[in-house]
Design a protein. Structure first.
Length: 127
Protein backbone atom coordinates (compact mmCIF):
# COMPACT_ATOMS: atom_id res chain seq x y z
CA UNK A 1 0.00 0.00 0.00
CA UNK A 2 1.36 3.40 -1.00
CA UNK A 3 1.67 6.40 1.29
CA UNK A 4 0.38 9.48 -0.53
CA UNK A 5 1.11 13.17 0.01
CA UNK A 6 -0.51 16.34 -1.25
CA UNK A 7 0.86 19.87 -1.13
CA UNK A 8 -1.44 22.84 -1.53
CA UNK A 9 -4.17 24.83 0.14
CA UNK A 10 -3.41 25.59 3.81
CA UNK A 11 -5.65 25.10 6.82
CA UNK A 12 -7.00 21.61 6.28
CA UNK A 13 -7.31 19.25 9.25
CA UNK A 14 -7.29 15.47 9.57
CA UNK A 15 -10.57 14.13 8.22
CA UNK A 16 -11.11 17.07 5.85
CA UNK A 17 -11.89 16.14 2.27
CA UNK A 18 -9.44 16.96 -0.50
CA UNK A 19 -11.61 17.83 -3.48
CA UNK A 20 -10.82 18.88 -7.06
CA UNK A 21 -11.22 22.46 -8.29
CA UNK A 22 -14.53 21.58 -9.99
CA UNK A 23 -15.98 20.83 -6.56
CA UNK A 24 -14.33 23.68 -4.63
CA UNK A 25 -14.47 26.40 -7.25
CA UNK A 26 -10.87 27.44 -6.65
CA UNK A 27 -9.04 29.13 -9.46
CA UNK A 28 -5.66 29.01 -7.72
CA UNK A 29 -3.87 25.88 -8.84
CA UNK A 30 -0.52 25.19 -10.40
CA UNK A 31 -2.04 23.12 -13.17
CA UNK A 32 -3.74 26.27 -14.50
CA UNK A 33 -0.31 27.37 -15.73
CA UNK A 34 0.14 24.23 -17.80
CA UNK A 35 -1.92 25.46 -20.74
CA UNK A 36 -0.29 28.89 -20.61
CA UNK A 37 3.07 27.16 -21.01
CA UNK A 38 1.88 25.04 -23.93
CA UNK A 39 1.20 21.88 -21.98
CA UNK A 40 -1.35 19.25 -23.00
CA UNK A 41 -5.01 19.71 -22.06
CA UNK A 42 -4.95 16.83 -19.56
CA UNK A 43 -2.33 18.78 -17.55
CA UNK A 44 -5.01 21.30 -16.56
CA UNK A 45 -7.71 18.90 -15.40
CA UNK A 46 -10.02 20.35 -12.77
CA UNK A 47 -11.92 17.16 -11.95
CA UNK A 48 -9.12 15.39 -10.06
CA UNK A 49 -6.75 15.96 -7.16
CA UNK A 50 -3.08 15.18 -7.52
CA UNK A 51 -1.15 13.03 -5.09
CA UNK A 52 2.43 11.88 -4.93
CA UNK A 53 4.30 9.12 -3.20
CA UNK A 54 7.28 11.46 -2.67
CA UNK A 55 7.07 13.79 0.32
CA UNK A 56 9.59 16.25 -1.16
CA UNK A 57 7.61 16.61 -4.38
CA UNK A 58 4.43 17.38 -2.42
CA UNK A 59 6.42 19.82 -0.30
CA UNK A 60 7.58 21.61 -3.46
CA UNK A 61 3.99 22.01 -4.64
CA UNK A 62 2.95 23.27 -1.21
CA UNK A 63 5.73 25.88 -1.32
CA UNK A 64 4.25 27.37 -4.48
CA UNK A 65 0.94 28.08 -2.74
CA UNK A 66 0.86 31.12 -0.42
CA UNK A 67 1.42 29.57 3.03
CA UNK A 68 0.76 26.16 1.49
CA UNK A 69 0.64 23.03 3.60
CA UNK A 70 1.89 19.47 3.27
CA UNK A 71 -0.52 16.62 4.01
CA UNK A 72 -0.44 12.84 4.19
CA UNK A 73 -3.66 11.72 2.51
CA UNK A 74 -5.70 8.66 1.60
CA UNK A 75 -7.39 8.46 -1.80
CA UNK A 76 -11.13 7.81 -1.57
CA UNK A 77 -11.32 6.31 -5.05
CA UNK A 78 -9.02 4.49 -7.44
CA UNK A 79 -5.84 6.35 -8.34
CA UNK A 80 -4.55 6.65 -11.90
CA UNK A 81 -1.02 7.57 -12.95
CA UNK A 82 -0.58 11.26 -13.73
CA UNK A 83 0.00 11.31 -17.51
CA UNK A 84 2.24 14.40 -17.18
CA UNK A 85 4.70 12.82 -14.80
CA UNK A 86 7.88 11.52 -16.41
CA UNK A 87 8.75 9.34 -13.41
CA UNK A 88 6.58 6.20 -13.21
CA UNK A 89 4.89 5.68 -9.84
CA UNK A 90 5.59 9.20 -8.56
CA UNK A 91 2.44 11.21 -9.30
CA UNK A 92 -1.19 10.11 -9.21
CA UNK A 93 -4.64 11.56 -9.78
CA UNK A 94 -7.97 10.63 -8.26
CA UNK A 95 -11.43 12.19 -7.85
CA UNK A 96 -11.04 12.88 -4.10
CA UNK A 97 -9.00 12.08 -1.03
CA UNK A 98 -9.06 12.71 2.72
CA UNK A 99 -6.43 14.34 4.91
CA UNK A 100 -4.88 11.86 7.34
CA UNK A 101 -2.17 14.06 8.86
CA UNK A 102 -0.96 17.62 8.56
CA UNK A 103 2.73 16.97 7.99
CA UNK A 104 3.74 20.65 7.76
CA UNK A 105 1.11 23.41 8.17
CA UNK A 106 3.21 26.10 6.43
CA UNK A 107 5.74 25.23 3.74
CA UNK A 108 7.98 28.05 2.56
CA UNK A 109 10.88 28.24 0.13
CA UNK A 110 13.75 27.92 2.55
CA UNK A 111 17.10 26.49 1.62
CA UNK A 112 16.34 26.01 -2.05
CA UNK A 113 15.68 28.53 -4.74
CA UNK A 114 12.35 28.42 -6.61
CA UNK A 115 14.23 27.42 -9.75
CA UNK A 116 15.66 24.35 -7.97
CA UNK A 117 12.16 23.34 -6.85
CA UNK A 118 10.89 23.68 -10.42
CA UNK A 119 13.74 21.54 -11.78
CA UNK A 120 13.04 18.94 -9.09
CA UNK A 121 9.35 18.86 -10.03
CA UNK A 122 10.29 18.43 -13.66
CA UNK A 123 12.35 15.40 -12.66
CA UNK A 124 15.65 16.80 -13.85
CA UNK A 125 17.44 16.78 -10.48
CA UNK A 126 17.10 14.65 -7.37
CA UNK A 127 15.38 15.97 -4.25
Amino acid sequence: MNLYFHGGYPGLKPGDPLLPPDATGTGHRLSSYALLLGGPAHAARTDVVYLTTDRQVAKAYAAFYPDGALYAVTPLADVDPDPDCRVPGLSWQCPRAVVDTVVDPVVLFRSRTPERWLRMLAGSIPA
